[in-house]
Design a protein around this ligand. Structure first.
Ligand SMILES: *Cc1c(COP(=O)(O)O)cnc(C)c1O
Length: 350
């Protein structure tokens, strides 16, 4: 039996991308980040819907992820690989026509030896200290790299979700200094950077989480709807407890529902005694610990016994669930389990 049904609203996904594209400004191209299997929602279907919405440049984390995206999109759109060109990737990068974002002098020379003339981009590190060439490295190879005609020069902001953080302006300044007059399309901003304003947009933006309905794009429409079937309900008397470790005890007579999903499905154990599920807009608290495949919910205040309870959708965003689990919406999305029955609503051809 499936542990729940996950519905992905491709129309909402397309609207979110279009809104971020508009926010990026009129002469700026918005790409779309579809790494981690399209933030857990299915890279192929997501990429097709975003191509239909107008995206022409896609970003993945590693070359292997490019395969599913290329298969879904066909030969036209550009697919950029953040991790660059790693040993053993040359055949895949060539055959799928991927664009590696080269992150070091080593990657640059490796790429030029393995695939001379093949398109590439450059990633610069402007202070996050995660991925990309350092300013001194770039100074050493910029002339050679620019002569080979990169498709894109990019960097990534560490604190874009916090608009007031002085790190944003610092990184912007460094990026400008490193790329002034380079004559190549530039990209600095993911979802958070798009919302920082025009200065941060350059020629290309790279929205990810906002497309999928997550913060910091607070106006985003929900994309993932997750409903969990109720397997059993029971009445408990005051003083009775529920779940492993008996961490919850009934104060009054209560009706509990047991739903068929748990931490093995990406519903984090930290939500025990903290999170909520919903029935027609009415919140129902999770009581006791989250088990591997089961969660217990207090439905005493409902006038009916529901067949299912919603955990993601119109009543509760991925970020609400993340708050209850002590994490971020990104991790909720990318942890969505493989046991759910997945279906897509709307999108191309709908
Ligand atoms: C994941 C990622 C993005 C997208 O970020 P969001 O915050 O999801 O919009 C953009 N650029 C790089 C380099 C990334 O790693």
């Amino acid at each position: 039996m499936a542990t729940g049904s996950l519905t992905i609203d491709l129309d909402a996904l397309m609207r979110n991308w279009q809104a971020l594209n508009r926010a990026s400004g009129p002469n700026v191209e918005s790409g779309a980040v579809v790494k981690a299997d399209g933030y857990g929602l299915g890279a192929g279907r997501v990429a097709q819907a975003l191509a239909q919405a107008g995206a022409r440049r896609f970003f993945v984390a590693v070359a292997e992820e490019g395969a599913a995206v290329r298969q879904a999109l066909g030969p036209g759109p550009e697919i950029c690989v953040f991790s660059g060109h790693m040993p053993g990737d040359a055949d895949m990068i060539r055959d799928l026509n991927l664009v590696p974002m080269l992150n070091s002098v080593e990657q640059l020379t490796g790429h030029m030896e393995a695939l001379p003339g093949h398109p590439f981009g450059i990633q610069l590190d402007t202070g996050m200290n995660r991925l990309g060439m350092e300013p001194a490295e770039w100074a050493a190879v910029a002339e050679i790299a620019l002569a080979a005609g990169p498709e894109l020069i990019m960097s990534h902001l560490a604190c874009a979700d916090t608009p007031d953080d002085p790190m944003n302006a610092r990184q912007l300044k460094v990026f400008r200094e490193l790329t002034e007059g380079c004559g190549v399309p530039r990209s600095l901003s993911a979802t958070g950077g798009i919302l920082l304003g025009r200065n941060y947009h350059f020629e290309v933006t790279r929205p990810g989480v906002g497309i999928y309905g997550g913060d910091p794009f607070v106006e985003a429409a929900p994309v993932a709807y997750l409903s969990l079937p109720v397997i059993q309900t029971r009445e408990v008397e005051p003083g009775e407890s529920a779940g492993y470790g008996c961490t919850w005890t009934a104060g009054d007579t209560c009706r509990l529902a047991t739903v068929a999903a748990g931490y093995a499905d990406g519903l984090f154990r930290a939500m025990g005694n903290r999170g909520h599920m919903f029935h027609e807009g009415v919140p129902c608290p999770i009581v006791g610990r989250v088990s591997m495949d089961l969660i217990t919910v207090d439905i005493s205040h409902l006038s009916v016994i529901p067949e299912a309870l919603e955990i993601l959708g119109a009543d509760q965003t991925v970020d609400d669930v993340a708050d209850a689990a002590g994490t971020i919406g990104y991790e909720i999305l990318t942890s969505l389990g493989q046991r759910y029955t997945r279906s897509y609503a709307g999108g191309p051809g709908a």
